[in-house]
Design a protein around this ligand. Structure first.
Ligand SMILES: [Zn+2]
Length: 94
């Protein structure tokens, strides 16, 4: 899987599962199963960025989505600002 394939996967069988989720929910128990995560993008060999969201199966309450980079949660707007700053940095030429 390349980083461009992060948001592509077969259709989810759980209607609460967003189409970007790659979590193996059959292997999760309890509240772990409420969390939906995208495939990782490796920021460094040890740090990943993922989209994550929780959905309470009983109430339907949704928390997220958030962008999780390492252990830090970013709102989608904050992640977009970080991405824009990184693109500006990468575009600098001598
Ligand atoms: Zn899911």
């Amino acid at each position: 899987m390349t980083q461009h394939d992060v948001l592509r996967r077969p259709p989810a069988t759980d209607p609460a599962c967003p189409d970007w989720c790659v979590t193996d929910h059959e292997a999760c128990d309890g509240e772990e199963n409420w969390i939906h995560q995208s495939a990782p993008i490796f920021v460094t060999p040890d740090i990943t960025a993922r989209l994550c969201m929780s959905v309470d199966p009983d109430t339907g309450a949704v928390d997220g989505p958030q962008v999780l980079i390492g252990d830090i949660e970013y709102s989608p707007d904050a992640a977009l600002q970080l991405a824009a700053a990184l693109m500006q940095l990468a575009a600098i030429r001598p």
